[in-house]
Ligand binder design. Sequence first.
Ligand SMILES: NC(=O)c1ccc[n+]([C@@H]2O[C@H](COP(=O)([O-])OP(=O)(O)OC[C@H]3O[C@@H](n4cnc5c(N)ncnc54)[C@H](OP(=O)(O)O)[C@@H]3O)[C@@H](O)[C@H]2O)c1
Length: 331
Amino acid sequence: MPRVVVFDEIGGPEVLRIVDEPAGAPGPGEVRVNVEAFAINRLDELTRSGASPMPIRLPHARLGCEGTGVIEALGEGVEGFAVGDAVVFTAVPDMTANGTYGDHTVLPATRIIKRPEGLSPIASAALWVAYSTAYGALVEKAGMKPGDHVLITAASGAVGLAAIQIANQVGAIPIAVTRQAAKRDELLAAGAAAVVATDTEDVVEATRLHTGGAGADIILDSVMGPGLAHLAEAAKRFAGTLVTVGWLDPRPAPYPSAPISTHRYMSFEHALDPAAVRRIAAFLVAGLRSGALSPTVDRVFTLDDVVDAHRYLEQGQQGLGKIVVTTGPAR
Ligand SMILES: NC(=O)c1ccc[n+]([C@@H]2O[C@H](COP(=O)([O-])OP(=O)(O)OC[C@H]3O[C@@H](n4cnc5c(N)ncnc54)[C@H](OP(=O)(O)O)[C@@H]3O)[C@@H](O)[C@H]2O)c1
């Protein structure tokens, strides 16, 4: 019997449970996908714990907004896909109804793309959310150009690592920010041109040093919190751009007074637009082919250990990259 992860009440990781559930038939325009692997995102944690502003359909809520698998049934009117095609999910706007945690889900065919050739299910599960967010924020929102200095906070996280690779793909200069100097070498190996470790350095001074005194052309921030106004001082005055994408520090963030452009970027801004999805997919496929892009996976769990996967995320002791869960034997 197919198995899916559900929760009946909001709470800690332990509210997640695995239930046997028949795989439903896809409706018109939908596909049913046999999910091979899915990734754990911070949004899942916020949803499960009740901290997300999105409505949650309890009981029997599902979870998960990214993953990959193989199409096993097509609804009426679906074109461009066939049973057996390997696909990647690009958006799951209502994850508590048709989330990706489990070994099957049903989604509109407009929310999938073909899986990039040669990419394993585990790497594919770690691709879309992080890379489409970093691409959308840096390229589409901030207009990143070759030669730009790009300061990236939470650089050892999934979005941060994707941003380092995308900056390099475009010919920009990624400067990685971490709270831990111990991660310096790993971040340099991951493609950062320089690393700022905030446990030993001031982010504004260090950025000036790495940019010849000018400051960063673009700051991509996944953290926010009380440090945001100070971080913004690291941008080039009167010409820099700050794009915030995350909220890893949930404390209030003072609005930056630095003379720069500020933007907030949510990936749904593009992930629900088929033309934008085609653009993003073309960029990512080109980067995967050239080797510029390669999803980083920190740890892989099995479906049976999904509660432990959430505990691991909450402990905040991750290494570099994404947490992925496989529904079958490791692939
Ligand atoms: N806007 C969107 O559409 C969108 C899409 C995807 C994700 N997001 C958001 O972007 C943020 C980053 O996502 P992600 O998937 O890259 O996260 P992640 O992989 O879980 O990032 C974890 C890393 O962030 C760093 N970090 C810095 N400050 C932190 C803090 N206060 N608490 C915990 N970790 C902190 C840590 O590295 P160091 O210890 O090295 O500092 C940690 O290893 C999240 O808030 C997520 O919800 C937004």
